[in-house]
Design a protein around this ligand. Sequence first.
Ligand code: MGD
Ligand code: MGD
Ligand code: SF4
Ligand code: MO
Length: 881
Amino acid sequence: MKNLQFAPASTCKTTCPYCGVGCGVLVSPEKTGGIKVKADPDHPANLGRLCSKGTALAETIWLDDRLLHPQVNGARASWDDALELVAQRFKGTIAEHGPDSVAFYVSGQLLTEDYYVANKLMKGFIGSANIDTNSRLCMASSVAGHKRAFGTDTVPGQYTDLEQADLVVLTGSNLAWCHPVLYQRIVAAKKANPKMKVVNIDPRRTATSDIADLHLAIAPGGDAALFNRLLVEIHEQGAVDSSFVGQHVDGFDDAVNAASSCDSTVTGLSEADIRAFCNMWIGTEKVVTVYSQGVNQSSAGSDKVNAILNCHLATGRIGQPGMGPFSVTGQPNAMGGREVGGLANMLACHLDLENAEHRSAVKTFWAAPDMPEAAGLKAVDMFNAVAEGRIKAIWIMCTNPVVSMPDADAVKAALEGCDFVVVSDLTADTDTAKLAHVVLPATGWGEKDGTVTNSERCISRQRGFLPAPGEARHDWDIMSDVGRRMGWHDAFDYQSPAEIFREYAVLSGIAGQLGRDFDISGLSDLGDDAYDSLEPLHWPVTAIRAGGRFFGDGRFFTPSGKARMLPIHFRTPQSHPSAQYPFRLNTGRVRDHWHTMTRSAKSSRLSQHLAEPYLEIHPSDATRLGIAPADIVRVTSPQGASLLRALVTDRVHAGQVFAPMHWTAQYASAGRVDTLVAAHTDPVSGQPESKASVVNVEKFQAKWYGFAVSLAKPRADTAYWAQARSGDGWRIELAATDTPEDWETYARTLLNAPEAQAQIVQDPKRGGARIAFVQDGRLIGALFVAAEPVQVARNHMAHMLGNVAEDALAGRPSADRPDPGATICACFDVGVNTILAAIAEQKLVSVEQIGAALNAGTNCGSCRPELAALLAASHVQQAAE
Ligand SMILES: Nc1nc2c(c(=O)[nH]1)N[C@H]1C(S)=C(S)[C@@H](COP(=O)(O)OP(=O)(O)OC[C@H]3O[C@@H](n4cnc5c(=O)[nH]c(N)nc54)[C@H](O)[C@@H]3O)O[C@H]1N2
Ligand SMILES: Nc1nc2c(c(=O)[nH]1)N[C@H]1C(S)=C(S)[C@@H](COP(=O)(O)OP(=O)(O)OC[C@H]3O[C@@H](n4cnc5c(=O)[nH]c(N)nc54)[C@H](O)[C@@H]3O)O[C@H]1N2
Ligand code: SF4
Ligand SMILES: [Mo]
C-alpha cells in the first residue's frame, strides 16, 4: 500500500538515514506520487555516489507498518493522556525510588537535536546518568580507546585520507557491504594509484576481501596480538618516529615492553603472513588503519583500539594527509550521539560527567537543579537492572533491543517484567514495541529536521519533505513535552530544532574554553534560515578554525598535551568453545538489510539479495554433522536457540560459524541471533562481545520443507519460517517436523486464500505437494512442499505473482525464459543465473563488461565485489573443465 499523503514540492537536499558514511541525497517528487532519490553530487561524503540501500530509499517511506497514534496498554490514546501518563509515572517512580530507578535507552539514529534533549532531560533535570545508547553496542570501544590515547573522543582524519593513502588496512570491517560508498572511493583510488595496497583482516572472507592484496583470516579476537607484534617490529626495524614520540607521546616504553611479551601465534596466522603485513605497514608511510565492529565488539575491544593507535602514534602517522587510524561509525548519527553525550559516562560536547569542572559548567549552563556525579548504567547493566527491578521505568527510543542486545531473550524477559516501559518508534509492531505499556509514534526520515554527524566529523542536515503521518511527532518535541509536564517548563520550551542546535553550539564554546576538541561555537548565532540551508561542514567550527585533521601538530587533549601509548596485554574472547558448544559464533551484517529490518525489509528489492536468516558453516564441519547445503540447522548456546538456513561455504574457517544480526520475530520464526550471544562486555567500554560467542550446531530434522509465494501477507506457524517482501507480495520458506493432515487446507490458511481456485499436484510417496491458487486467472499464491529443501526457481515464482497462472506448478520458467536466480544487482534486478550465463556465453572477463552487457553494477556499484567473485569463480570453473 503506497499511501503517501503527498510528495515534496521540489528537490530536497538531505542525508541518507542508513550508515555512518553520511551520504547526501537529493529527493524529488515522482509523477506517480512517490519520490525519487538520487545521490547529491556536491556532498563531500559521497560526491555523487550511493549504495543499494540509499538507492532504494524511495521504497521504504510508505506507511504500511507505521505507528500512527499513541497507544496505552495496546489501545489508542490521545497524546495528552499518553504523555501525562509518562510524565506522572516517571515522576512518581523518582519520588518513591530516586532518580536512578528510571532510565532512557536511546540510539545513534536519533538526530543530534533529539539526542541533546534526551541527555539534558535525564542528566540535567531527572538527575540520573541512566541514559545509554545502542552506540554502546557499536562505538563504545572506539570512544574508550580514543579517550585513553588522545584525552578526547576524536577521529583524527577525514575521508580523503583513504584516497591519499598508499596502504589501507581494513580490520574488523566489511566495508564493501557496510560502508559501500567509502569502499567505492577506495576502489576508485586504488585504480588511479596502482601503488596503493589494501589489507583486510577478518576471520572470514567477505566481499571486502575481494579488493585486498592480502587477506589475513585472523583468529577471532586476535587483533590486539597482531598490532602488538606490529609495534614490536616497528621498534625493532627502527621505524619509530623518535622526534614525534619524544615530544608528543607518553608511555612508549611500557607499550613496547608489553607488546614484546605478547605471543603473536595466538593470531592463528602464519609467520610469513604476519611478516608480510608488518613489512607492508612499516614500509608504507601513508597508511590508514580502518576498523569497525570486528575490533569494537569484543571483550578486549578498547585494547584492540589502543593496540592500533599505539602503532600510529609510535610512527607519528596520525593527522597527516593519507595517514592515521580511522574508526568508521555505524549509524547515521553515531558520531553526533557521541558529541552530544549520549553515553552514560559523557556530558554534551565531549565533556566528562565525572569531571567536576565539566559537570559544573554544564549544570550552570542548563540551570540544572541536580546533576549526577557518577556515570550511569551502560546498556548491558541497564537491562540487568531492569531485570532485577532496580530500574522500574524505562523509555526506549529509536532502537529495538529485544533484537539487537546480547542475550536478547533475557532483555525480553526483563522488559516483560518491568513496571513501566515506554517505546518511541516509527514501526508499529517491533519486537520491543510489543512489550511497551506506552507506545509513542515518532516521525522518521523524510519527515523530521535536524543534523547528523558522519564518520569524518561532517555535520549534515536531514531535512523533512513529507508531513508527519497520522499523529506522529518529532522525538525532540515528544521529550520536551514530557520535560515540561515533569515541571521544567523553561528548560524544555523548544520551538524548533534550530533553537536546540543554537543552544548546543553555545555550550560547545564553553567546552572549547575547557580545552575540549568539540567546539562548534562558530554556529551559535545561526539563524533559522541559515540552519535550514546549512551546507555540510566539518567540525570544529570556531572563530579561528574550520574542520581539518587533528593531531598532525602533536597536540592532544590530555592534561599533559601528549598522547598516551598503552601497554596492551592480549586477552582471548570470554566464551570458550567446549565439547557442548564447540563452535565460535561470529555475527554481523548483510549488504541490503539494515539492523532489525524495520526499514530495509519494506523494500522488496533489498529483500531479494538474502531473503532468509542463515548460518555460514565450513564444508568439513557440515559434512561431519550430516548437514547438506540448504538444510535448516538448529543453533544453540547457553543463552538460547535459533533456526537458520545452512550456507555451506569455505568463506568461514572450520570451527567458526557466522550469522547475520538482522532477522526479527516479524520476519522469521527463530532468526534472532542475539538470543545466542552471551552478554560479555569489555571491562573499559562496556561494549558487548557480539562476535565471539560459543554455540552448538545440529541438523534440524525436518519432515518437510516448503517454499511459498503469496500476494497476501502469509500466516506461517511452522517451527521454521522466514518471510520477505517480494514484488507486490511475499515469499516464504518453511520447514517443520509435523505434517499437516491436508495440504490444501494448510495452504489456504497459510496464504490467506480461503476461496481461490486451487491447482494441486500431490506426490504423497515422496512427501511432496504443489498447490497454486488462482483468482480471476491470476496467480495469488503457490506452495511447494518436498521432503528435501525445495528446489524451485524462487525469483521466477515471485515474479509470477499477480500474473497469468499458466504453468505455475512447474515451479520454473519455460526454456525460453530462464530463471534469473537470486538477486545480485538490486538496482537493475539482475539475478545470479543471468550473470553466470552472460559470463559463459559472452566470455565476459571484467566487471565493466558485465555492466555493459547487463547493466548490473553500473548504478550504485554495491554488487561489484560480488560480480568480481562470480567472474573469478566462473573462470576457475572454466579452467578446471
Ligand atoms: N548493509 C548494512 N550496512 C550497515 C549496517 C547494516 O545494518 N547493514 N549497519 C551500520 C552499523 S550501525 C555499523 S556499526 C556498521 C558495522 O560495519 P562492520 O563492522 O563492517 O560490519 P559487521 O558485519 O558487523 O562486522 C565486520 C566484520 O568483522 C569481522 N570480525 C569478527 N570478529 C573479528 C575479529 O576478532 N577481528 C577482526 N579483525 N574481524 C572480526 C566479521 O567477520 C565481519 O565481517 O555497519 C553500518 N552499515
Ligand atoms: N549479534 C549482534 N548484535 C548486534 C550487532 C552485531 O553486529 N551483532 N550490532 C550492534 C550495533 S553496531 C548496532 S548499531 C545495533 C543496532 O540495533 P537497533 O538500534 O536495535 O536496530 P534498528 O533496527 O536500527 O532500530 C532502530 C529502531 O528505531 C526506529 N526508528 C527509526 N527512525 C526513528 C526515529 O527517527 N525516531 C524513533 N523514535 N524511532 C525510529 C526503527 O523503526 C527501529 O525500530 O545492533 C547491535 N546488535
Ligand atoms: S553508503 Fe549507502 S547506506 Fe551509507 S550513507 Fe551512503 S547511501 Fe546511505
Ligand atoms: Mo552500529
